[in-house]
Each structure stands twice: as C-alpha cells, then as structure tokens.
Design a protein around this ligand. Structure first.
Ligand SMILES: N[C@@H](CCC(=O)N[C@@H](CSS)C(=O)NCC(=O)O)C(=O)O
Ligand SMILES: [Fe+2]
Length: 237
C-alpha cells in the first residue's frame, strides 16, 4: 500500500496511456471513503476494480477541469455507482453535482482536499492540496517542467502565470507536485524543484508569455469528441 507521507491515506497514481493522463485514487484507511481525481473513460473498469479490491467506498470523482484531450470517466462511474458525486470547478460552466471554488474543502472520511482556483489553462482549472500528505494535484495547470497550454478553451498565459506563482509556488518547497499528465515518463516533482527548474514558469511574466505564444503544439487528437462530452460529464445521451 502506498501512503505518501501520511500513513492513514491510501494513495495510487494510475495511468491512461493513450492520453498520458494520471488518475489519482485517495482514501482514508479508517473510514475507507475515497475520491478519484481525473478518471478517464477508457480506464473506468480498472479504477473501479481497484476501489472494490481495496474495500473502498467512492464518494467523489473530481475533474480538475474540462479536459480537451480525453473523455472524463466521471459520468460513466456515476452510472455504475449511483452514490458517487461529480465535482468540478465552479468557473468551468460544465455539468456536475458539486461545484467548488477557491478556499473550499472536499472531505472524504477524516481527510481533506483544499481547493485552489488556478485558471489560465482553462477558466475552471482547480488545484487540490492534501496538506497531511504534502501533496498537490495540479491537473494541467502545472506539469513537470512544463504547464498547460493556453492556446484554446479559455487559455490565458498571464492568468496561468499568476495562478501558479500565487497559488502553487507559495506552498512549502517540499510539497510534492502530482500533475494531470506527463509525456516523458516522470511521475512527480516538488514545489521547490518546479520553482527552480521549470523552464517556463521560472522565467519572468513577459518571457513566459513569449514562450507560451511560441509552443506551436498540434491540437490534441481527441479534442473534437472530448470537449462536448466533457461539458456533460463525459456522457452524451
Ligand atoms: N498530444 C496530446 C496532447 C498534448 C497536449 O496538448 N497536452 C495538453 C494537456 S491536455 S489539454 C497541454 O497543455 N500540453 C502542454 C505541453 O507543453 O505539452 C494528444 O493528442 O492528446
Ligand atoms: Fe487540459
């Protein structure tokens, strides 16, 4: 069992290889209540099997934002486990059961995730902090040695720069960063490491904007089906 710095927290970092997405399972060892951050539709059965095998009760799925590169597994999970509530950032303007905003807390058993609003990749992006584990789930806002692109949805490079500097880089240096994706095989980083070594966000604000304006990334392969589906929890009737 993996615990990441909190012996009463169950922690699993799960991977979906087509979109290089990380899904995170967190649970309270005592009460068995669990949350799933950023599930992917293709790996829902795998995730639900792990939850069952570990004798956990899934309380929330949490989408860190309206994803453009893959379809969320949240709606599919809710269809299979009726009691699950889908959580999304209030500013995302998409369907969900629970909307959260800066300063809110998501409780599962005796554990808490603290919500910080980190717009810039999209308006509704949220970062989730588990202080007891010194772990930060940044979605696509902050990636390891990178960050979320700002050239579609409600992307804005200045907003993203301010979000990361004010809401993530102000956390203690030893807090671990768990991103929404990694395309290079890395699994986690830390606040101190990213402040120093992130080739985009360690720069001044204007330099950051220039870097982001010149990324020239191709659009995600699944964008045309992912965006409309994710506005309705991944399930289009
Ligand atoms: N090739 C992938 C999409 C890669 C991509 O655009 N990733 C996004 C996060 S998913 S919205 C991103 O922000 N990337 C930043 C970067 O610097 O790579 C696919 O086709 O799915
Ligand atoms: Fe994204």
């Amino acid at each position: 069992m993996t615990h990441i710095g909190d012996v009463s927290l169950i922690f699993r970092q799960l991977f979906e290889k087509t979109s290089s997405t990380y899904t995170y399972l967190l649970a309270d060892t005592q009460t068995r209540e669990a949350v799933l951050i950023d599930p992917v539709i293709e790996t829902v059965d795998r995730d639900l099997k792990i939850i069952k095998d570990l004798n956990l009760q899934l309380k929330f799925t949490i989408d860190t934002h309206v994803h453009a590169d893959h379809i969320t597994g949240s709606g599919s999970i809710k269809k299979k486990v009726d009691s699950v509530k889908i959580v999304l950032g209030k500013a995302s303007k998409a369907k969900a059961d629970v909307y959260v905003d800066d300063g809110d807390e998501i409780k599962f058993g005796h554990k808490k995730l603290f919500v910080r609003s980190t717009p810039g990749h999209t308006d509704g992006c949220i970062t989730l902090i588990c202080h007891s584990a010194k772990a930060v789930f940044t979605g696509d806002a902050l990636l390891i040695r990178g960050c979320g692109r700002t050239d579609f949805q409600q992307g804005n490079s200045y907003t993203l720069y301010d979000s990361i500097h004010k809401k993530v880089f102000t956390l203690p240096d030893d807090y671990l960063i768990y991103p929404g994706h990694d395309y290079t095989g890395q699994t986690c980083s830390s606040v101190g490491e990213e402040k120093k070594l992130n080739p985009r966000l360690s720069k001044q604000r204007e330099e950051f904007k220039k870097i982001m304006d010149n990324l020239n990334l191709p659009y995600p392969a699944q964008i045309d089906r992912a965006l409309p589906a994710n506005l309705v929890c991944g399930i289009q009737e």
